[in-house]
Design a protein around this ligand. Structure first.
Ligand SMILES: NC(=O)c1ccc[n+]([C@@H]2O[C@H](COP(=O)([O-])OP(=O)(O)OC[C@H]3O[C@@H](n4cnc5c(N)ncnc54)[C@H](OP(=O)(O)O)[C@@H]3O)[C@@H](O)[C@H]2O)c1
Length: 240
């Protein structure tokens, strides 16, 4: 049975990825911070193992890697937005550290830990969930944009370093996806989408993103690494 680690598995995109892999008969080791009791029906699923923890903490990452053993795939989904949107001129060091520690440091060092096992077993697939914010300026959440640009470079670096071991490392860049993370800005994005921000005139779903992740981990793109796939309704297209 194929095995995967999925961070951020309790909610939104990570949960959809975990469910997609379970549906394909994979064994999934999921990590997020909330208690097992707050995981709902995912906790009951056969072949799902929950490791409660914080990806920004070394001891928690180690526990996850030890629990899962050598895996076929790692999907780094866990991520946070700043607690408060503040202009870059008012951004605090505390908020910067918090967002970078989870989104960027957590992704970097979990990948490092899992990659060592993948090298031993001789292959694997790593997928990082970044964002359109990796290249799109939002001056009221600069720390988030910076953290996701960092994830893009993490993808490039590990893709380069791990290619010789048969390990692919790719990135999925979601656009505007309806999850808990975007709950507070629904009206804003409803309006932007209605006014033509996206060629595909709707919110993305966690399942849209999970589909792209599935394509990258199932071995159907063996000659693709260091690549990023946008799941954004066409946000990237310049239009006149
Ligand atoms: N929604 C969007 O529009 C959008 C767009 C682009 C990119 N993304 C990215 O997609 C990823 C998933 O976000 P989402 O939209 O699905 O939001 P979400 O529903 O809030 O999910 C975030 C997940 O990350 C987990 N998490 C947060 N901090 C963690 C930590 N320190 N350690 C372990 N797990 C942690 C959360 O679980 P706990 O709270 O239980 O820890 C939750 O499972 C994020 O990286 C986000 O930046 C989202």
């Amino acid at each position: 049975m194929k095995k995967a680690i999925v961070t951020g598995a309790s909610s939104g995109i990570g949960r959809a990825v975990a469910e997609r892999l379970l549906r394909e008969g994979w064994q999934v080791f999921g990590m997020s911070r909330r208690s097992l009791e707050r995981l709902g029906d995912l906790a009951e699923r056969e072949n799902f193992t929950y490791v409660q923890g914080d990806v920004s903490k070394d001891a928690d990452r180690l526990r996850l890697v030890e629990c899962a053993g050598e895996v076929d795939a790692l999907v780094n989904v866990a991520g946070i937005a700043p607690r408060e949107r503040r202009d870059i001129l008012e951004m605090t060091e505390e908020s910067y550290d918090e967002v970078m520690n989870v989104n960027t440091k957590g992704t970097l060092f979990l990948t490092q830990g899992v990659a060592r096992g993948m090298i031993k077993r001789g292959g694997g697939a790593i997928v990082n969930i970044s964002s359109i914010s990796a290249y799109t300026s939002s001056t009221s959440r600069a720390e988030y944009c910076i953290s996701k640009a960092g994830v893009s470079m993490i993808t490039q670096l590990f893709a380069d370093r791990l290619a010789e071991y048969g390990i692919t490392v790719n990135e999925v860049r979601p656009g505007i996806i309806r999850t808990d993370m975007t709950e507070g800005v629904v009206e804003k994005y409803d309006r932007l989408i209605e006014n033509g921000l996206l060629p595909i005139k709707r919110w993305g779903t966690p399942e849209d993103v999970a589909e792209a992740v599935w394509m990258l981990v199932n071995g159907s793109l063996p000659y693709t690494t260091g690549e990023s796939i946008s799941v954004d309704g066409g946000f990237l297209i310049r239009r006149l």
